[in-house]
Design a protein around this ligand. Structure first.
Ligand code: SAH
Length: 407
């Protein structure tokens, strides 16, 4: 493999690669030997010239190399290399589908599964892929072929339209790769409930699979209230297609109020409600800006027993953290105002740049400023099909707190 281009690191910047972190930033590189094309396989070497790892070259990105193997003897351009990883990723997800109650999950979670830049989500017989880096883009045919061969889906659909592609110098690409064009609304099962997913135009690849286990936690909380206190009034803020709301209805909530800025998403949620055979009378959908709608609800004197806050990513990077923290605090304060004593707040942040510790401080600060006494009764994270490689703590992006308002 003498002709493989080499990346030589600066001596003081070798630690991350030694600890098997998958990213090499441009500032860590002393020089590039050979002339690697975007996406090319490169061998990363220490300043003393020792082999460290194999990676994919991304000249346009700040993250110039994504490391894929630390084994010099590996053959990282072979189908078998990737097949072994894919099979391991699939095996890890087997418990999710085992009972038959769930037919949708993330099969490949990029860096955390050893596939930097590749996302594969399964919606029943349909696979949706996202190619997000130059390295994966260059191996698109190989990966598509492998997915078709190993998983034999009816449909392979591409949603490479995430903003991060821009940083790699790649333009968006979406559309059918193989099989039948997906229907406007695909039906999936999640924990026994039917959801409708638009894989062609929905957010991410169509659905927020990362919240599956937390939606089940909400269901549990609603069931407990139904059994021990009384059926709760649930407010589901940033509802998208009504995921948490549908679980609350299924668990016997007295009422569910969904808020989202997307009328389309709410409409899909409404159809899913009917599809599951739930009487729709107890469900109210409000289209609008959550910051404003929460204030309006307070003005109207509305109160709730459980509030879910699952906003979009407020902080895309470190420089957004302060502004994002103000946003998280604002909605948490509005939510606390609406909760009666004994009420529960399910509050989330999917911003990687906001640590769990900072998020807890933000909620603390919201409780102080609203004069409420609040306990944490549970902590939440992303579902198990979005694993976190220990070598890649950045993959740990979703954090949530279940808070009980004492008074
Ligand atoms: N809880 C959802 C996922 C929420 S994703 C689930 O379990 O599926 C975040 C949602 O917030 C998106 O649906 C987006 O349309 C919505 N959104 C973004 N900004 C908003 C705003 N200012 N007001 C209301 N909704 C907003």
């Amino acid at each position: 493999m003498a002709s493989i281009p080499r990346i030589i690191l600066k001596p003081e910047r070798e630690v991350a690669a030694l600890r098997r972190h998958p990213w090499i930033f441009s500032g860590a590189i002393a020089r590039v030997e050979g002339n690697p094309a975007p996406g090319a396989l490169v061998a990363v070497h220490s300043s003393k010239g020792e082999f460290m790892a194999w990676g994919h070259y991304s000249p346009k990105s700040q993250i110039q190399v994504r490391l894929i193997s630390w084994n010099e003897k590996a053959d990282p351009e072979s189908r078998d290399f990737w097949r072994a990883r894919l099979e391991s990723a699939i095996t890890g997800r087997m418990p999710i589908a085992a009972s038959g109650a769930t037919t949708a999950c993330r099969l490949v979670h990029a860096e955390s599964d050893g596939f930097p830049g590749l996302i594969v989500d399964q919606y029943g017989e349909t696979l949706v892929v996202q190619y997000l880096t130059a390295g994966m883009e260059a191996r698109r045919e190989l990966m598509n072929g492998l997915l078709l061969w190993v998983l034999q889906p009816h449909t392979l659909y591409e949603r490479s339209d995430a903003d991060v592609r821009e940083k790699e110098g790649l333009s968006p690409r979406t559309g059918l790769i193989t099989g039948e064009e997906p229907p406007a609304m695909l039906e999936i099962l999640e924990n026994g409930l039917t959801f409708l997913v638009d894989v062609r135009k929905g957010h991410k690849t169509g659905f927020y699979l990362d919240q599956r286990e937390n939606r089940a936690k909400l269901r549990e909380a609603v069931e407990q209230r139904v059994a021990l206190v009384e059926p709760p009034r649930v407010l589901n803020v940033f509802s998208y297609t009504g995921g948490f709301g549908l679980y609350a209805v299924a668990a016997g909530a007295l009422s569910v109020t969904n808020i989202d800025s997307s009328a389309e998403a709410l409409q899909i949620g409404w159809r899913a409600l009917t599809r599951n055979g739930f009487a729709s009378t107890a469900v109210q959908d409000i289209t609008g800006d959550a910051f404003q709608v929460l204030r309006n609800l307070r003005k109207e004197g509305r109160t709730f027993d459980i509030v879910v806050l699952d906003p979009p990513k407020f902080a895309a990077t470190q420089s957004d953290v302060e502004r994002a923290a103000r946003g998280y605090k604002d909605i948490a304060m509005q939510a606390l105002h609406l909760l009666d004593p004994g009420g529960l707040l399910f509050t989330f942040s999917c911003s990687g740049a906001i640590s769990a510790e900072l998020f807890q401080k933000i909620i603390f600060s919201a409780a102080m400023d609203t004069g409420r006494t609040v306990q944490i009764t549970g902590r939440m994270t992303q579902s198990s099909d979005h694993p976190v490689a220990l070598t890649f703590p950045e993959g740990d992006y979703l954090k949530g707190l279940i808070c009980r308002v004492v008074d």
